[in-house]
Write a protein that binds this ligand. Structure first.
Ligand code: FAD
Length: 342
């Protein structure tokens, strides 16, 4: 377990609402770290619809999911937030009044005054392929994401899928793995055409293998994989020898550990009061899609508003002895200094 990182606020979820919360907190001199289970910033906007247009962000007639994420990142740059990607917050313990110790599945510990849960629909979790007994190999031979490429050096890898993740990891791991086999159920890929071309070039050069079919069974002992049974589209059964299986079948949203944080829940959402969007636990706030209150709309603009009000109350926890003066960014030279525009 690594040394605890001390911060004013720990934000769980780097979707649009978590990102804008950094801005509102930053204007009030409150520092934030963000944790997200995804390997990228932007939540649903980045994972589910990066290229789709959004038409209802106030003052921005049209922006894509990716474009909004980039714009929010530019807006919060002056506050220099730290992102911890590929990590899932598992545990929140109360250590003060308020004060919290937050632990991720990677063993990272944070100590903070305030927690902001902006976890959207919950954590994005990998879809498990329907292979009997696969659970027995998860975390030892079967991995749904790549946290450390080195782990796969000199290994015999079977990568399954036809999207960008499967193709990107095929191309990234091929140079360091002993052998890579890419398996997809048809000879047609959803991934970026350029990646598909690169993969086909490697296959033609004999540097990796491409198979068409589906995994139907796994072989191995004590969680250590030795091979997989693959059924081809012609129903022929073949054995592919491998030490590691990396299935990339997309992600699904599950509430995940939010349910274990001692917060009241209502239909898998976190009820909040509407003056500051604080939960049943003082010092823990919930903003964006994860919260519920009378009249709630799951819209990005609502999450932005919730972040602004949350920050005002968070200030009282972070600076209990200071008085908060309301200021406009247009006219306050002190806010402009913080934004680096004065
Ligand atoms: P999210 O964007 O869901 O981000 C939450 C993040 O928290 C995720 O990245 C997740 O991985 C992370 N997380 C969850 N649990 C944990 C944990 N335990 N540890 C670490 N990380 C965790 N809204 C609009 O306003 N206008 C639109 O036009 C619009 N179009 C949409 C189109 C589509 C196809 C979809 C799917 C949604 C659309 N929405 C739209 C809804 C909008 O995307 C959501 O309201 C918005 O993303 C919510 O933001 P958020 O920050 O609350 O959560």
């Amino acid at each position: 377990m690594s040394e605890a990182i001390k911060t004013d606020v720990l934000i769980i979820g780097a979707g649009p609402c978590g990102l804008f919360a950094v801005f509102e907190l930053g204007l009030l001199d409150i520092k934030a770290h963000l944790v997200d289970i995804l390997d990228k910033i932007g939540g649903q906007c980045a994972e589910l619809y990066p290229e789709k247009p959004i038409y209802d962000i106030p003052g921005i007639p049209f922006v894509t999911g990716h474009g909004l994420t980039e714009a929010l990142l530019a807006q919060i740059k002056p506050f220099n937030p730290t992102f911890h990607l590929n990590e899932m917050v598992e545990k929140i313990e109360k250590i003060g009044d308020p004060g919290f110790r937050v632990t991720t599945d990677a063993g990272q510990v944070f100590e903070c005054k305030v927690v902001v849960v902006s976890a959207g629909g919950g954590s994005f979790q990998p879809k498990r392929p329907p292979v009997p007994g696969i659970e027995a190999y998860e975390g030892t031979s079967v991995y749904y994401s790549v946290r450390r490429m080195e782990q796969f050096r000199d290994k015999n890898l079977l990568i399954v899928g036809g999207g960008d993740s499967a193709l990107d990891w095929t191309l990234n791991l091929q140079p360091i793995a002993r052998r890579v086999t890419l398996l997809h159920r048809r000879d047609d890929f959803r991934a970026a055409p350029h990646s598909v071309e690169q993969m086909r070039a490697l296959v033609s050069a004999g540097k990796m293998d491409l198979k068409i079919g589906q995994v139907t069974g796994l072989e191995g002992e004590g969680g250590m994989l030795t091979g997989a049974t693959v059924k081809g589209n012609d129903n022929a059964i073949a054995r592919v020898s491998c030490d590691n299986l990396l299935p990339f079948f997309g992600l699904t949203m599950k509430l995940g550990p939010v349910a274990n944080w001692g917060l009241s829940l209502q239909n898998n959402l976190v009820p909040v009061e509407t003056s500051a969007f604080e939960t049943s636990v003082p010092g823990i706030f919930a903003i964006g899609d994860i919260n519920t209150y009378p009249g709630k709309l799951k819209l990005i603009l609502c999450g932005f508003h919730e972040g602004a009000l949350m920050a005002q109350k968070a200030y009282r926890y972070v600076y209990p002895d200071k008085r908060l003066v309301f200021q406009y960014t247009t006219s306050s030279s002190s806010l402009q200094k913080k934004l680096g525009v004065h």
